[in-house]
Design a binder for this molecule. Structure first.
Ligand SMILES: Nc1ncnc2c1ncn2[C@@H]1O[C@H](COP(=O)(O)OP(=O)(O)OP(=O)(O)O)[C@@H](O)[C@H]1O
Length: 362
């Protein structure tokens, strides 16, 4: 039985559709990372699941129970928001026990549970402090402890790490992963950071303009995006339109002067396709090799251990990401040869822009 089941949920604000009918199933104990750019509908869907918003249509079930019209306080949900929302005048311990008041757990039992949760989030011994005496990351741990202390059926995290700096963010990602593994709590986390979604999610739900673009494991979304939008969101660069060419057992994509491997052998010869490449799957050579294409380097930029370059292959611009040490001898204007690994090419028959149906989980 799915712990969370959203069926045909839609929402319109003043004539603007925030969510087209959405279906989503999150099985018991899974971590669903909800990904999308600003305005894609992530928070609206999360708020509907939480009971902070009533959908125009459709239903929400938690643990098999229809909660579509159940108020937030009776859904047994734990929340963590972006901006901590701790009470500044209460101690860390009292912030954590606050969530237990509604459950009428007070006194020594409340304190015992708060200490247990503070230990779980790595803040043992911090109970007497004031939130002002904590770093941003620590405050967010307190918010997590407060959400967990009520023993919720579902944990909802709305961009909980976006106010934190990069280093602390990485630490907190690991913490959230560990806590999820320890508690086994069904969790939905909203983020607009694809690396975070891929790192944390057992599954990724990618939304755009209120529609599900793909719902699958991070690996499936990364390796087999269902449409150009998903591919681009996950970092692929559009090259333009190409054509499938088949010669015997070999299927290729021809795009201008480029000859690329075709990862989708089922497409018949002559199919016009949108072509995208993953820059990290492009290999550059200083001299011609069998099966390579050629072009001139437009620029090479160094970002610490990584270098990004762009090859102009007779008008088609091919992005490259490589190790800086491999780019040391390269410079703008150089003629280079390159190949793209089949796993780095995504092709979609022209017109594959409609949102994909909710995918079977890979
Ligand atoms: N209370 C509201 N009243 C009117 N329009 C709203 C309201 N809440 C959201 N919207 C609109 O619904 C759409 C989806 O918003 P939502 O906040 O769900 O997106 P989001 O993906 O969470 O974006 P962000 O990452 O910026 O928070 C947007 O066009 C937004 O302007």
């Amino acid at each position: 039985m799915a712990e969370l089941s959203v069926s045909g949920v839609s929402k319109t604000y003043h004539g603007n559709t925030a969510l087209h009918p959405i279906d989503l199933e999150v099985p018991d104990g899974r971590f669903c990372a909800m990904l999308g750019s600003s305005g894609s509908g992530k928070s609206t869907l999360l708020r509907i699941v939480a009971g902070l918003e009533i959908p125009d249509g459709g239903s929400v079930r938690i643990g098999g129970r229809d909660v579509t019209r159940t108020p937030v306080e009776r859904r047994n949900i734990g929340f963590v928001f972006q901006n901590y929302a701790l009470f500044p005048h209460l101690s860390v311990r009292s912030n954590v026990t606050y969530g237990l008041r509604a459950k009428r757990v007070r006194g020594a039992e409340a304190n015992r549970r708060a200490e247990e949760m503070l230990a779980l989030v790595g803040l043992k011994g911090y109970g007497d402090r004031s939130p002002k005496q904590l770093s941003g990351g620590q405050q967010q741990r307190v918010a997590l402890a407060r959400a967990l202390v009520t023993e919720p059926d579902l944990l909802l995290l709305d961009e909980p790490l976006s106010a934190l700096d990069r280093k602390i963010r990485g630490d907190m990602q690991r913490e959230i992963k560990r806590i999820h593994a320890e508690t086994g709590l069904t969790t939905i986390m909203v983020t607009h950071d694809q690396e975070e979604a891929i790192d944390l999610g057992d599954e990724v739900l990618l939304l755009d303009q209120g529609r599900v673009q793909q719902n699958a494991t991070p690996e499936a979304v990364y390796r087999s995006p269902q449409n150009p939008f998903v591919a681009q969101f996950l970092g692929a660069h559009p090259l333009g339109r190409g054509t499938v060419q088949v010669a015997g057992p070999h299927s290729r994509i021809v795009l201008g002067d480029l000859d690329l491997p075709n990862p989708r052998h089922e497409l018949p010869a002559g199919t016009e396709v949108e072509v995208l490449v993953m820059s990290e799957k492009v290999r550059v050579f200083p001299a011609a090799q069998a099966g390579t294409s050629t072009g001139r380097l437009d620029r090479v930029d160094f970002f610490g251990p990584i270098a990004r370059a762009e090859i102009d292959a007779n008008g088609v611009r091919v992005p490259v990401t490589m190790l800086s040490q491999d780019a040391d001898d390269l410079g703008a204007g150089d003629r280079v040869w390159f190949s793209v690994a089949p796993a780095g090419v995504h092709v979609f028959p022209v017109g594959t822009t409609a949102p994909a149906p909710v995918a079977a989980r890979a």
